[in-house]
Structures are given as C-alpha cells and as structure tokens.
Design a protein around this ligand. Sequence first.
Ligand code: ADP
Length: 627
Amino acid sequence: MSDSTVEKREFKSELKQILSIITHSLYSHKEIFLRELLSNASDAIDKIRFNSLENEGLLGGDRDWKIKLAVDEAAATLTVSDNGVGMDREAIIEHLGTIARSGTREFLESLGKTDAPKRPELIGQFGVGFYSAFMVADKVSVVSRGVGETAAVRWTSDGLGEFTVEPAERAGRGTDVILHLKAEEAEFLQSWRLRAVVKQFSDFIEHPIVMDVEKGEGETKTTEEETLNSRKALWLRSKADVTPEEHRAFYQQISGDFEAPAKVIHYAAEGALEFKALLYIPKQKSYEMQFGEAKVGPRLYINRVQIMDHCEQLLPPYLRFVKGVVDCPDLPLNVSRELLQHNPLLEKIQKSLVKNVFQALEDLKTSDYDAYVTLFGELGPILKEGLGRDWANKEAIAKLLLFESLQTEKGKFTTLAQYLEAMPEGQTDIYFMIGEDRPALEHAPALEAFRKKGWDVLLLTDPIDPFVFPMLMEFQGKALKPADRHAPELPAEDQKKGEEAAAAFQPLLTLLSEKLPELREVRLSKRLTDSAACLVAADDGLDAHTERILAKLRKSDEGPSPRILELNPEHPAVQALKAIHAADPADPRLENHLRLLHAEAVLAEGSRLADPSDLIRRINGLLAKDV
Ligand code: ADP
C-alpha cells in the first residue's frame, strides 16, 4: 500500500478492550487525560534532547523546548503540541494501535480488582496513558513528524475499534494531539480549567507548558503566551525550602499515586562526589508492583537535564518501591546508556541512596510506629527480597523487619533486636518457623517445647519467607535456626531421663523404623509435651512448608524428602505401643498404631495424607473393636 492513501487498521484486541473500558467506565478524575498527554509530550522532548547530545544536527536548530495547549472553541477541540521526537508512519502505527504492550493484560486484570473510583490511577501506572484521551474526546487525531522526516503523518480514531493513517503536513518536528471533545466535556475548552489541571498534575514538568491567553479589553486586547507550570526542580532547592504540599504534589506527579508519600528523603551529597537526591517512600505498593513489572530506580538528571526515566543502577530491585530523582552534575552529559551500566560513580551514589533509604525507614519505625507497621505490611515482602540478594546489607535489612512470634499477640510485632533483648538466660540462638499462617504454626507440635521453656519463636508466613529468610543465617552474631529442626536442650535431669527412656525404647524404635521404610528414622522426641508424635526434617532436608511450595512449583510427583518421625515417650499412646512390644514384638497392632501416629503427625504439620482412606480404615478398625 502506498504512503499517500488513507489506510484503515484495527486495534489489537486487548487494546480494544482497554479502550472500551476507558471510554465507558472511567468517570472520576477524567482530567488526568491531560497529565498523561503532557507527560508523553515531555518524554518526547526528553528523548530528542537526549539523542541530540551525541548528534546536535538532529535538532535542525529547534531547541526551544515547548509544550503548547491550544483551544478552538468553535470546533470544540483541545490540542496538545510538542516539539519532541515525533513519530513517523511506522512508529505511529506501532505505538498507537497495533502493539499490545506487556502491561495491558495486567492492566485489565487489575481493573477488575480495583474499586471504580480508583481505576483512573491505573492508567498512568500501566503505560496506556495516551488512550485516556478517549475519556473526554469522541475523536482524536495525532499529527506527527519524526526527526529527519520531511512529511508528517495523521492518525485518527474514534476509539471504537479502528484507526486511520494518512499523509499530512506539519511545519516542523513534533506532535500535535487534537482532541475533539465530547459535548459534556466542554469545560476543557476553558483556560481557567486547563490552568488548574496543569497546576495540579503537571506543575513540575521541566519544559514550559504554554497557552495563548487574551489580555485586556476591546482596542487594547492582545494575545500573550502564558506559561502554566512553575517548572520547579524541587531537588535543587534546599531541604528547608520545600513544603510538604510541594513534596506531595511532586511525588504524585512522578509516581501516579494519589496518596502522600510516607517518607521524604532529600539531601545533597558534597565532597568527592556531588549529587542531589530527592526520594519518596510510598505508603503502599503501586498496582504495577502488585500486578505488573515494576520499573526500578529513580529518574536520573544531569544538571536538570533528564537522562533516564528509571536508572536501574541507582537502586537495587528490592527497593523498587522508592520513587524520585537523582541529579548528578559530575556525570558527562553525553553519557550513553552502555556507559551507565558499570559506572563507579553510579555505584557510589547507589550505596549512599540505599543507606539513606534504610535510615528513613528506621526513622519512621521510631517516630511513627503505626505508620511503619502499615507500610511494612505493604512493602515488607518486597524489602525482604534483599535478604537473598544483597549480602552486604543483610543485617541492615534484617533490622527493619517486623515479625509476629509465639509470644506476640496476633497482629502485633517484634523485631530481631527486641527478640534478642527478651531472650531468656540459656537461650543462645534465634528460632523461627515458616508456615502458611499463624494458626497452622501455633498448632505445630514442634513448638511445644519452646512454649514450655518460654523461648520465643518468630512466625514467618509471607510467601517469600521460605526463599529468603533462611539466607539471613545470623543476626548480630546469633545463629538463626528453624524451630522444627532444633529443639531446645532439655534441663540436665530431663536429659538423663531422656537417655534412660531412649535405652528402654531402643528395640521398639529399631523395629518401627523397619516397619515404615518411607521414613528416614523413628526416634524419641525432646520437643513434645502434648502431642504423641511429630515429623521433623532431617538436617539436610527441607521443612514441610517449603516442601509443599516446591511441590506446587514443579508440579511433579517427585516425592518429598524422607522425614523423621519423633515419638513422645511420656505420651500414653506411645507408652501403650511400648507395652504391646514388650508383650509380643510380633504383634500386628504395632505397625497399625505406628501408621496412625504417623498420619496424626502429617495432619498436625498441615500436610496432606498420601492416602486418607488408609487412615479411615485404621480408625474404623479401632472403633469396631470397642463395640
Ligand atoms: P507510555 O507513554 O506509557 O508508553 P502511551 O499509551 O501514553 O504509553 O504512549 C504510547 C507510546 O506512543 C509512547 O511510548 C510513545 O512512544 C508514543 N507517543 C505518545 N505520545 C507521543 C508524543 N507526544 N510524541 C512522540 N511519541 C509519543
């Protein structure tokens, strides 16, 4: 098909769905369409400016960066123009219609999970911003001319299912987005309304957003170009000069969050390495963090010139919830993306940022504990990833963690430092237990001995815990041990009793080990007070919870690793077993009762019985004997 024809195309099907949702079900905060278009215009300018750092010729002399709003009341159109990179025919088709980018499916999914009033927030967070134009317009035209192109291209759509592309004219490089406003959205033709929306959502955009306004009356009436945004680079001002309202507005603009940040980190590093940092810790995880792929790292500026939207080298992935700006005049302006990959300057800045983020979290924990508890509930699982990835900062991360424990009430927390402080005499290690939820853990037989001793056990129930927590290994020189594998030592007299019991039980245990060959061993327990039996992992095996998760992940029927069955010698059921054995080591009831105890232990740790009918048969057998 030749370039001179009007070509009709269909949107990708996922995009059709998104458009239909945007046009039909997003009613609140419609004004954010302007934020999205202005942010696209600003990005387009950043792109050409960045590219021109290496090749000034690209600009063709036009470096008067500007975004312009123009209203035509008679035609009921609002136009957003920029002199950014622009798009050629291919780019416009790719970016505005045919490609369903990675975020779209997640966007659709999360729409379903979000309350209607909060849905518009999702638009900005999922990179489908352009289409928000259809919230207020029933037809949108985009006229764009790419860098180095002589002709322009016009894209037009009513947002229903199709769009057209055709050749067009445009004076220079850049893009005009022309909105044919719906009748009921005429307010966006009013300059006061546009001014207010720009102030609220786009005030900190670095490039001027201008609009022609009429001044004066009658004869003296003139048209003047007014700049609507203050363009303040907050991060360059001194800390004391920025108000909380300004921080909130800036944070909301760069994050798409509607809440205020939980914590502001604003400082200027001086000395060998100079840079300014303005970072925000949110109160909650963004939708993108919940459902999509979160981008990592703050924006990187060099003397107010934006180099990158997300500089991954500046923050580790487990701090991806931190948003903000870093401005480092020491980097060369013509720095390339490749050069940023292993840049020692950036590594130093990262170190400093990470330290400051930890400090800010620590401060919040001390100054506003309740706010910290809420924040930790949202962001804690992400932060914990660092235990497995950032060995140098493991301890600093560990200090920030909150835990429920055997001795905390449900919904109340302890920290590792508090745990150490409360440790009774004789306890040398820190104990934890990983499981599905608190009730399941509380009933774990393995914890009986800890209760009896008054030793606390951290209860870990985040899905990520089995993968990262064991990597902590120790905290302040104290080893971290899984409670289901390390029973507390018994007092000396109990130990003696235990050894005597062990000797008396030995022939029985040997026999039982033979009867249940799927177990690694049957032995006496030092950890049980109430239960008759429990299962424990061998030192080189996995605990039951991790075993279950892995089984789900690999979806194979590869059996679990062999476990150890521990019996409580004090328990009447176990003593009965011993009595039967003493009377007749060949009594068939021995195996029957042992299998019952084994089933009990499997259920108690929250695992599933391989063959529930076997248990039922054995119980019924016992019941029948009682008649
Ligand atoms: P996002 O901006 O998050 O990528 P959008 O749907 O808002 O998602 O825009 C899609 C793409 O269209 C952009 O990534 C960009 O490549 C292109 N685009 C949008 N507006 C402009 C513009 N004013 N100038 C140049 N390219 C643009």
